[in-house]
Design a protein around this ligand. Structure first.
Ligand SMILES: O=c1ccn([C@H]2C[C@H](O)[C@@H](CO)O2)c(=O)[nH]1
Ligand SMILES: [Zn+2]
Length: 137
């Protein structure tokens, strides 16, 4: 799928955002390796900490439908520059995506920052970090 199209999909996803508290709509479009696109929007809650970001909504939808391999993600918000994913979303992306998977951070004005999962979270905590303890040395 073309990058332009994936970014368009993230804008469509953004329209579904449930944001009565922040009024800040975010959309994500996650492309699986087999060519399917999962939309995600941010979903807020009166208990603010229960809010789920657009990126994690897209990721959890895809994983819960059996997808584990991803090719790219686009994220869009109405920001001055390209939107910047929060730390929680960076960690969740690192769990399921390769370090070199492209991430397209965009905004409604059409700015596009192409980065990667590894660049977004260098030194992310991963399963390998637990292996030493598991070996019991
Ligand atoms: O990359 C981001 C940054 C923020 N938010 C959401 C969480 C909350 O609903 C609102 C304000 O933080 O934006 C996302 O969905 N993705
Ligand atoms: Zn987030």
């Amino acid at each position: 799928m073309e990058t332009k199209n994936l970014i368009e999909q993230s804008k469509k996803a953004r329209e579904k955002a449930y944001v009565p508290y922040s009024k800040f709509q975010v959309g994500a479009a996650l492309l699986t390796e087999d060519g399917q696109v999962f939309h995600g929007c941010n979903i807020e809650n009166a208990g603010y900490s229960m809010t789920n970001c657009a990126e994690r909504t897209a990721m959890f939808k895809a994983v819960s439908e059996g997808h584990r391999k991803f090719a790219a993600i686009a994220v869009t918000a109405d920001t001055e520059g390209p939107v910047s994913p929060c730390g929680a979303c960076r960690q969740v992306l690192a769990e399921f995506c390769s370090q070199d998977m492209p991430v397209y951070l965009t905004n409604l004005k059409g700015d596009i920052l192409e980065t990667t999962v590894g660049e977004l979270l260098p030194g992310s905590f991963s399963a390998e970090d637990m292996e030493y303890a598991e070996r019991g040395e």
